[in-house]
Design a protein around this ligand. Structure first.
Ligand code: FAD
Ligand code: SF4
Length: 404
């Protein structure tokens, strides 16, 4: 790697270094989430830009939204800077989308209405529905071909050099937190007039090999899984090729076998809610069957307004108390406890009836992952703990008693 060798090009004044070949060790080493930046000449900026080398969420929040999280406001601490949140779903869902297709619909409208010339998104390869293939989509068909999650680490930013060469000036980027953090850090080097950022939350991602292990250990028919999601009813829902849905309770997952499945980057991530996107579309803060929409700034509102007439909406709600469930889950996960399937199913049914819902479910999921990840960083990268964990995450973790 030649980080020092910089050579401003004629077309764009950004400083360049030679991108790394696929498979080469990245600067963040095992913590690399393969966001794609280091495949490109923008690797020059990796020391400042990489989410795992230089955590700078508050600074980039201020740059993107005009302010950073208010640590005295609980919703800010959990969900990041926002103007409004809501539950929404498309009145006519897009067939084959991850949920109802709000993300794809916004991207298509932005292209159709001429707000952008291209959309950074991720399709899959012909051979493998789960192998990510980042593209700059220029037609609605190309955006639709990127619908549905590729539940694997995806080098979305690997198209940055191609973007520069394309000469596009107005672009929408769709991505998860680590990709967006690096993108925001180099945003001003891209030579764009306007960058729109549409994010999804993201957690527990895996390499392609890790995904296979997860499917093989958890699903009754790994080869026919089309997509899956960790749902608000405390079950993993696998959708199969024939349209059938297989449900496996969280509490029945073989945690002892799955402990090392999740990528080290995702075990060290504290940006579950994609703090730096203009608009975030997920599901975890919404009632079952609905998507959860977080508008972070005026640009995000402008994007959402484009699809208002395609959406049914309702206010966000919050119900239950997550704290005891989170506290109980910490040592259980740590020891790799797996319940027998009958007990796991029973627990799933009970917790679905009395457990946290809406925003409280989102807090449950954030608390469980942040406590787990805090322990992971503390044990595996103690020298990073202080700088890498943002203050909002420390505040969340401090609510719980953690094992050594
Ligand atoms: P679609 O219209 O189907 O569009 C999906 C978009 O996602 C596409 O534009 C595609 O470019 C992009 N995409 C697909 N795979 C990737 C990838 N690997 N990296 C970057 N971009 C990708 N939401 C929650 O509320 N809680 C969670 O815990 C959660 N975990 C997630 C984990 C992963 C790995 C991903 C990719 C998403 C996760 N989400 C989570 C978001 C959620 O699953 C949906 O993606 C979101 O609600 C949008 O649904 P949709 O039907 O509108 O998207
Ligand atoms: Fe490079 Fe991205 Fe990996 Fe960091 S996470 S080392 S920026 S590819």
């Amino acid at each position: 790697m030649t980080l020092a060798s910089s050579s401003p090009s004629a077309s764009n004044a950004h400083k360049k270094s030679k991108g790394l070949r696929r498979g080469a060790v990245r600067p963040a080493k095992e913590l690399c989430s393969d966001c794609g930046l280091c495949d490109t000449s923008y690797i020059h900026y990796v020391k400042e830009a990489c989410a795992f080398i230089n955590q700078q969420v508050p600074e980039l929040e201020a740059q993107s939204h005009g302010r950073s999280r208010d640590l005295e406001n609980e919703n800010d601490v959990y969900f990041g800077v926002h103007q409004q949140m809501m539950a929404a779903r498309k009145t006519e869902p897009i067939e084959g989308a991850q949920w109802t297709g709000i993300v794809s619909s916004i991207a298509i409208e932005m292209l159709n209405q001429g707000l952008v010339e291209g959309v950074v998104c991720v399709q899959n390869t012909k051979e493998d529905r789960f192998q990510p293939m980042p593209v700059i989509a220029k037609t609605p068909e190309e955006i639709l071909a990127a619908r549905v999650n590729k539940p694997t680490l995806s080098p979305n930013l690997s198209i940055l050099d191609q973007l520069e060469q394309s000469g596009m000036k107005r672009v929408l980027a769709i991505g998860v937190g680590c990709q967006i953090q690096a993108l925001r850090a180099v945003q001003h080097e891209l030579g764009l007039e306007k960058l729109y950022v549409l994010g999804t939350p993201c957690v527990d991602n895996v390499s392609r090999t890790g995904l296979q292990k997860f499917l093989d250990t958890t699903s009754r028919s790994p080869e026919t899984v089309v997509h899956y999601e960790f749902m608000q009813d405390f079950r993993v829902h696998f959708k199969h090729e024939d349209g059938s849905i297989e449900k496996v309770p969280f509490f029945g997952l073989k945690t002892n076998k799955l402990k090392d499945v999740f990528a080290p980057s995702c075990m060290s991530c504290f940006d579950y809610v994609n703090s730096l996107a203009d608009l975030v579309v997920g599901y975890m803060g919404a009632p079952f069957g609905w998507q959860w929409v977080v508008v972070r700034n005026d640009t995000g509102q402008e994007m959402l307004d484009l699809v208002n007439d395609q959406l049914a909406t309702q206010p966000v709600m919050s119900q239950g108390d997550r704290k005891q469930a989170v506290q109980n889950s910490i040592p259980a996960y740590d020891k790799g406890v797996t319940l027998p399937m009958w007990a796991a199913k029973l627990m799933g049914v009970v917790i679905e009836k009395v457990g946290p819902k809406g925003l409280e479910y989102a807090r449950f999921s954030i608390d469980s992952h942040f406590t787990r990840n805090y322990l992971y960083v503390k044990r595996n990268h103690p020298e990073k703990l202080e700088d890498h964990v943002p203050d909002y995450a420390k505040k969340i973790v401090d609510q719980y008693t953690l094992p050594e």
